[in-house]
Design a protein around this ligand. Structure first.
Ligand SMILES: Nc1ncnc2c1ncn2[C@@H]1O[C@H](COP(=O)(O)OP(=O)(O)OP(=O)(O)O)[C@@H](O)[C@H]1O
Length: 746
């Protein structure tokens, strides 16, 4: 039976990494992925497709490869106006249609520097869908996430992440609140999964490891621990704010292929300060024996740490320990059905827990959230300063082949609640907070850089493919890859973990949360630009994948520790008496032999070089942007000066013209006056009088023109004293000609 393979459209990735391309065409791959196991491989569709379309040879691709790419879907959710804002504040976001919004700078309308207003001109942004403030949680879930849940249960991978500034509604979107109909997409996802697999649950003989691997589940289940009913309150008791889970249960049920059995596994990781932690890790209290860390959990999950009785204020502080985990490349043996030698990365040691019901999964997540809060206390009790990643994995096996481990398929859906995207200048800028903000920015910046690089690589590849249209020739991706940039996934932990969704198969959905009433126009503008960029990045449409069984291994653990002290307290909570110490252990320094990333000093040096060049490029771009703005301002200033000079010059000309006309008028009036007085006496002498008057007038004109020319040549400007002109006007203007004007050089 032929094995299902990854789509051949991963040419971008192949080109970037220099790995050989897959051999099957997309059509064959799709046909394989959508069929039940029993009918796969020998299907006539697949065979006929292969016959009709010979697969490209190694290193070659053709334009149909891009067909299976699809852009990241970006949904915009606009947060409603809440009581935390000035009621008179006007939103800077206006919804124009189901897919577009106008984003305008509230200050640009008042700007005195209207000439610079083009910098913040209103922009129109287009999304896959725009959700207005009154959108219900259930409607939001069914539009954005339900298709991904369906993909998950059909053996396909998906990623969903929320992006936005602090307080924009990211956590509300993912988790929701305990109000009626306020459950977020995560609890709803769990409800739908367990509603749908009712009666189809499999056993946990196998468990998922790493990203796509499976192995025999030989860990014995631990004894259930119960700590309720203790007299001394446990940390979990005092941390609970609203007394438990949201009671909302999403009733949606998806129709599934009933020939399969399903098991559901959950993991919960946190990326904080560029370190990855397991929020399901049982945090040991040194005063109690350490707990078993089996991957199977009791019916009601408990956490040794959270259920440890709090020490009194006099006693020794409770020691909380957590260990950072390493991110490692997956061994290719996890997915031998793929012809690609590229692999994603996984968090080594991250626990994946088998969950039997939605309520059990929600309870586990609640514990994980409490862990996150405990370690996040003092970091920022109001705001998420870490990225939280919940991964739901489904193992699916055909009932007729459940004893054949190679027939097991794994698929996963990762929901990421990213930390707020605000910049350092808006956060506290010293000590731990600065480092924290810097790390948040770094990972989000790297995420943006990855998207940008992927987009430009994809465009370059598309251009290369397009240039071969009509020529009938195939494209050798090895040629194209030389011109493509390396996508900087390695530059942050977040992108390393998410890398597989971008370079491998799977859909990606981005939820952009915006609070249009806050004061962060610049930050939100950055968010909108990020979304616009993400929408242009293509990911590979997913296919179902079979997994082999890798060997079981035991891992050594050597840690380096770093001490952090947490003072729990504030806001009138009972736990304020407890003094806690946190040991945040650095990630393991030893590495497994065969799944460790090969260390090549040259490659590392090249990556460092690329990184420093990237930083230099960014700085150079910033400098040139600043210079451009300054230059524009200078040019504008110069233009304004010139305009003012021209205006002055024309005003002077106008005044001269007025003066000239006035003198002419004076001459004419004088002439008329003389004519009327002489008319009766010497009728015959009038023509000669008129003649002399005309001569006078011409002389005046000539002298004025001459003076203007002189002034133009010497650059001398004159101002006219009009008051003296008026007062000195005589009944015989000609008598005062040339004397009744007071010219003064300026
Ligand atoms: N669509 C919504 N409807 C009602 N309330 C909302 C909505 N979105 C957010 N809120 C409320 O707004 C506040 C801030 O939301 P939330 O905590 O989800 O922001 P956030 O983006 O996760 O912030 P941070 O990054 O700091 O964690 C919360 O009180 C939340 O209940």
């Amino acid at each position: 039976m032929s094995k299902p393979t990854r789509a051949s459209s991963r040419i971008k990735t192949l080109a970037e990494t220099g790995h050989p391309p897959p051999r099957v065409t997309r059509a064959a791959s799709k046909a394989t992925s959508r069929k039940p196991l029993t009918s796969r491989g020998n299907s006539p569709t697949q065979d006929s497709t292969k016959a009709a379309t010979p697969p490209p040879s190694k290193g070659e691709s053709n334009i149909s490869d891009l067909d299976s790419k699809e852009p990241i879907r970006a949904f915009l959710r606009i947060r409603p106006h809440l009581n935390d804002q000035d009621p008179s504040s006007a939103p800077y976001l206006e919804q124009l249609s189901d897919t577009t919004v106008r984003f305008s700078d509230p200050s640009s309308s008042n700007s005195q520097h209207s000439r610079l207003s083009s910098i913040n001109a209103p922009s129109i942004y287009t999304f896959s869908h725009v959700f207005p403030p009154n959108t219900s949680q259930s409607h939001f879930f069914s539009t954005t996430t339900l298709p991904l849940v369906s993909d998950l249960l059909n053996g396909q991978d998906s990623l969903l992440f929320t992006y936005g500034v602090t307080n924009s509604g990211k956590t509300y979107t993912i988790q929701g609140t305990s109000q009626p109909d306020a459950a977020g997409i995560l609890p709803r996802t769990l409800d739908v999964i367990f509603n749908s697999i009712k009666g189809l649950k499999g056993d946990d003989r196998f468990r998922p490891v790493r990203l796509q691997g499976i192995e025999f589940n030989d860990s014995p289940p631990p004894k259930a621990q119960t700590t309720r009913g203790k007299k001394v309150p446990a940390l979990a008791d005092v941390l609970e704010e609203d007394g438990g889970d949201n009671q909302d249960i999403d009733p949606t049920t998806l129709k599934l292929d009933r020939n399969y059995q399903y098991t559901v596994w959950l993991s919960y990781a946190e990326v904080y300060n560029e370190k990855v932690y397991d929020l399901f890790e049982t945090i040991d209290d040194p005063s109690t024996p350490s707990q078993s860390k089996s991957s199977t959990i009791p019916r009601r999950p408990t956490s040794a740490f959270l259920n440890t009785p709090l020490p009194s204020s006099q006693s020794h502080p409770l020691l909380l320990v957590r260990k950072a985990l390493q991110v490692k490349p997956c061994p290719l043996s996890d997915n031998p059905s793929s012809d690609n030698s590229i692999s994603g990365k996984y968090v080594a040691g991250l626990r994946q827990l088998h969950v039997q019901s939605a309520s059990q999964a929600k309870e586990l997540l609640r514990l994980g959230q409490l862990h996150r809060r405990v370690f996040g206390t003092l970091a920022n009790s109001q705001s998420s300063r870490s990225h939280a990643l919940v991964t739901i994995k489904v193992l699916r096996v055909h009932k007729g082949e459940k004893n054949d481990p190679t027939s097991i398929q794994t698929s996963r859906l990762t929901l990421v609640d990213l930390a707020g995207s605000e910049r350092t200048k808006h956060t506290q800028t010293s000590g731990e907070r600065l480092r924290e903000a810097g790390n948040i920015n770094k990972s989000l910046m790297v995420l943006g850089q990855c998207m940008e690089t992927m987009r430009s690589n994809q465009r370059a590849l598309a251009r290369s493919l397009a240039s071969r249209v009509g020529t009938g020739s195939r494209l050798d991706t090895r040629d194209v890859k030389k011109g493509l940039a390396v996508v900087p996934f390695r530059h942050s932990k977040l992108t390393e973990i998410l890398m597989d969704y971008f370079v491998g198969e799977g859909r990606a959905v981005m939820i952009v949360n915006v609070n249009p009433y806050d004061t962060g126009y610049d930050e939100n503008s950055h968010v909108m630009k990020f979304a616009a960029l993400a929408r242009e990045v293509l990911t590979t449409a997913p296919t179902a994948i079979r997994r082999p069984i890798p060997m079981n291994k035991t891992r050594a653990s050597i840690t380096h520790t770093r001490k952090v002290t947490l003072s729990m307290g504030g806001s009138g909570r009972k736990v304020s008496e407890a003094h806690l110490e946190v040991l945040e252990e650095d990630e393991e320094s030893n590495e497994d032999d065969d799944d460790n990333e090969p260390i090549n000093p040259l490659v590392d040096a090249l990556f460092d070089e690329v990184e420093s060049l990237r930083v230099q490029l960014f700085e150079a771009q910033m400098r040139s942007a600043i210079i451009e703005v300054e230059t524009r301002e200078e040019v504008m200033q110069e233009m304004e000066d010139r305009m003012r000079n021209m205006e002055k010059m024309y005003t002077q000309r106008l005044m001269k013209e007025v003066e000239r006309n006035e003198m002419k008028m004076d001459a004419k009036i004088d002439m008329m006056h003389r004519a009327s007085s002489l008319g009766k006496q010497k009728q015959r002498t009038v023509p000669s009088a008129f003649d002399s008057d005309f001569e006078e007038e011409e002389k005046i004109d000539d002298s004025l023109i001459k003076r203007d020319d002189e002034a133009a040549n010497t650059g001398t400007q004159y101002t006219q004293d009009w008051s003296s002109d008026i007062s000195s006007r005589s009944p015989s203007p000609l008598a005062s000609k040339g004397e009744n004007k007071n010219w003064a050089p300026t």
